[in-house]
Each structure stands twice: as C-alpha cells, then as structure tokens.
Ligand binder design. Sequence first.
Ligand code: PMV
Length: 315
Amino acid sequence: MPAIRAIAPGKVILFGEHAVVYGQPAIAVPVEQVQAQAVALAEPRRPDGFVLVQAPDIGLEAQLEDLPEGDPLATAVRSVLRELNIRNPPACTLRVSSTIPIASGLGSGAAVSVALIRAYASFLGRPLEDARVSALAYEVERLHHGTPSGIDNTVVTYRRPVYFVRGKTVETFYVTTPFTLVIADTGIHSPTAVAVGDVRKGYEADPEQYEALFEAIGRITKEARAAIDSGHTAALGPLMDENHALLVAMGVSSPELDRLAHVALDAGALGSKLSGGGRGGNMIALVENSDAERITQELLDNGAVRTITTMVGDR
Ligand code: PMV
C-alpha cells in the first residue's frame, strides 16, 4: 500500500480574536507558507492493531496504546477510529511534522490534527469530508485550550478565508482583490489558554466593559468583511489598528507586540495588529506589495525573530 500524505496550512486571524469566543464574528485566512504534514505508512509485517505514532520534531515515537488519554496526537488518531467504527486497524506508522511555529497564533495544533486526521482516514480507505475533519480536530483543540471557538480547526480544514461565528454554519468566502500581509513573530511563546482564561476573568469581573469591547470588535469585523467583499482592501488598515487598540484594552497585547505593530506602521504599513491569542506570538501588518520587503527588514531589525509574507486571496 503506498504512503498516504496529507498537509494542512497555518493560519492567521485577521479580525475578531477573543471576541469570537463570546459570539462575535471573526475572520481568519490560511497561510500556506507554513504547513503541517502527516504520512500514513502500512506496516505489513506487523500484526493488526499496531499503530506507531512518530513526531520527530518533538522527539516522540510511541505506540498508540501507550499514549495517555490527553495526548493530542493520540486523541486525533483515536477520534478517527471511533468515527469510522474501527476496532482493530491494519498495522501502520503515522508520522507528523510541521513547519508552523508552535504557540504563536499560527494554528500549529489545529494543522497537525487536521493533517493527521485526513491522512489516517484516507489510509483506512474512508476519507472524511471537511465538516467531519473539522469536528474531530475541534475535539483535539479542546485539549489545547478548554473552550476554543473552533475558528482554528475551521480555517485550517477548509483552507479558505473564513467568516466565522461560533455555532453557525461555516462560511468561507472569496477575496477577489488580493492583499499582502507581513506576519512577524515576537518569538515569545504564549499559550492561548492563558490569554483566553485572563479575558474570561476580566469579563467576569466587569461584564459590561468587556461586552462593549467584544461588540466593538464585532462591528469592526463586519466592516472588514464588507471592505474585503467590495475590494476596498486599503480600508482594512485603519480597522486593524482599531482592533489592535481594543485588544490592548482587553489586556492581551504585550510590549513586544505593540512595538512591532508600531514599527510596521512607522515603516509605512497600512495597519497592524496582534493576531491570535496575544501576549506573544505574531502580529500582522497590511502592506502595499511593493513595501513588503522594506517593512519586513524593519521588523527584523527591531526584534521580530521571523517573518512571513503572504498574499491573501491568490489561490
Ligand atoms: O490559536 P490562536 O492563538 O490563534 O487563538 C485563537 C483565537 C482566540 O479567539 C483567542 C481563541 C479562540 O478559541 O477563538
């Protein structure tokens, strides 16, 4: 049996992080420059039921039965077996790898889950449709951060720009006027669960203030969607700045994120904001294509440890 391979992209949230957990819309787009990959290989010499999971990036090699209940890779594999109602699977090795930086808001956990779920289901001869892949990956996301909105697994599964509202039907959309983003990594690893938990505490302490912040972000996200749909992508810049200011008020930015956001603006970006859980991880800047290289250099000269330039809407 040939090896089965599946890949899944990274992602950034353009608008609406955190507020999306509280029912507001958010927009996320895939970032194809970084990817997770999963390979499933038959092991004809091994007995049925033998499933070896390898993740060389994190030094993991273990049989499925030896991996604990809360292990994210094991959870993804077991969810496929449960979904397909298979008790004694054919022997195989499942190998995952990823070029997506972890704990930086680029969706690495979701992408690994999606690639693994897709590759394994295909290996078992029963490829899953997107909605099921996303639902199974969501269960793994819950291990990473308790109450995820589901936006990461959705955008990574569908590999298209997504206008996401928690609990609503998935809405992917076309970006007819492409625009360029520079993504810059602070190099600070920041687990999403911590920022999400702190926002929860803030919300519980002062529901009115946080409700107002969430609603303001929701309004910005709707305006951004309208700007993208009508091709007025330059209008996204000021909306990103506004969204960033609201995330600062929510307490999920950091001096490093604020600094990179300002550096990008000073260098001529049309707008900038943190992306994802915040506190560390990545910021994104909307740039004219011709300015991307210069702004990238400024960001690297001022503390960014890594940058990615991506065109949204070129697929
Ligand atoms: O996984 P991250 O860091 O991109 O953050 C996800 C976005 C949040 O809105 C902060 C959390 C969520 O579950 O939507």
